[in-house]
Structure formats: structure tokens, C-alpha cells
Design a protein around this ligand. Sequence first.
Ligand SMILES: C[S@@+](CC[C@H](N)C(=O)[O-])C[C@H]1O[C@@H](n2cnc3c(N)ncnc32)[C@H](O)[C@@H]1O
Length: 211
Amino acid sequence: MRQRNVKNKKEIINNSKYIISNPNEYIGKWKKLFNNDNPIYIEIGMGKGDFILENAIRYPNINFVGIEKYDSIMALAIKKIEKNDLNNLKLIRMDALNIDSVFNKEIDKLYLNFSDPWPKERHAKRRLTSPNFLNKYTKLFKNNVVIEMKTDNRLLFEYSLISFNESGYLIKEISLDLHNSNHENNIMTEYEKKFSSLNNRIYYVNVVKIL
Ligand SMILES: C[S@@+](CC[C@H](N)C(=O)[O-])C[C@H]1O[C@@H](n2cnc3c(N)ncnc32)[C@H](O)[C@@H]1O
């Protein structure tokens, strides 16, 4: 995502009631933080937050945690999210490389929307669907690992399908053209809005790994 520098980004982040600034301290305790037994869904690479915000509004009985690596992007998301008063949404500004020090056997679903493709082979390990990341995700889930992924990048999609398959995931649902399929209740991300307006096809897959 192209980043524009957001003035006061640190201040916006530090003052937001949605931000969890010490996420490692909540490992194994996210249920307590939300103060209920509702399922926990996370999104890695939430960008400016449209998807996670709309989900949190639409599904008050699910807890959502949005994760984003960059301060400026997180600050833009917070500006939007703070217009709402939601108890079922938290945000973490971190690199997902350390995700397994934040959650332990407590989440129910992971969303990966329009993840950075890292097209060069030497950067393949940085892809959020590389075996390196898939291996980390296993530790986060309460029961089975459930991942929903959307992208308009065919090469990343193909790479991810192979990676899921080699790591023992099963496909529950797949679409090679999400917006012309009978998949229901789709919530669009910023990138999805942008790319579908350019007539790019949106690929979607929902995979599960039985633990
Ligand atoms: C291409 S953007 C997509 C944003 C949004 N999901 C959407 O669909 O509109 C990818 C986002 O993932 C974030 N990201 C990439 N790698 C990450 C990582 N390792 N940990 C956390 N966020 C990451 C980027 O900073 C960027 O905001």
C-alpha cells in the first residue's frame, strides 16, 4: 500500500481506545479483554480498516482484532474507526511476523485481504500465506485453523493454494470470480473496491486445517 505520511500518527495511535499497545501481555487472555465468550476473528494487514470496521458493526457478537504494520496506515484507519463506539473491535500496530507471541489457542478465524504479493522469489517468505506464516497461524487457533483470503493477484492466489495444500489445509469454498458468484454477505475492502472498479477479477478461498 502506498503510504502517505500522516501528521501526528504516533499521537493518534497512542490516544486511541481501540489500540492495544502491549499485545504480548494479552496472550491467552483475549477473552478476558473482551469480557465475553464470543468468537475472535482477526485480520492481518487490515490497511485503512474498512473491512474490519464494517464486520464489527454488522456482527456485534463476534470480537474482531485488526493488525497493521505501518503507523501512518493505522492512523488513517483509527480516524475512520473512532467515529464509532464499538466494544467488539481492537487494533494492533505490529508486524505479523510476531503474531504467535500475541495469540495462543484463542482465535476462530483469520482474514487475509489483498495481502502484499512480494512477487520476487527471494521475498517469498514474507508472503502472509508462505509456509513460514501458515506454520505460525496453527498456534493461534482455539480449534481448527480457518482462513479466508481474497486477492486480485492471480500469482499470489496460485502460490497460496499450493502453500495451503502442502501445509495440510482443505478448501471449503473457492471462487475465481467472487463478484460474479453466489457467495453471500461479502464485505468489500478498500483494495477490493478499487480493483473491482477497474474490472479486475477477485479471487476468494476459504480453507480449513483440522487440528
Ligand atoms: C495491499 S494492502 C491491503 C489492505 C486491505 N487489507 C485491503 O484489502 O484494502 C496490504 C496491507 O497489509 C499490511 N501488511 C503487510 N505485511 C504485513 C505484516 N507482516 N504485518 C502486518 N501488516 C502487514 C500493509 O502495511 C498494508 O496495509
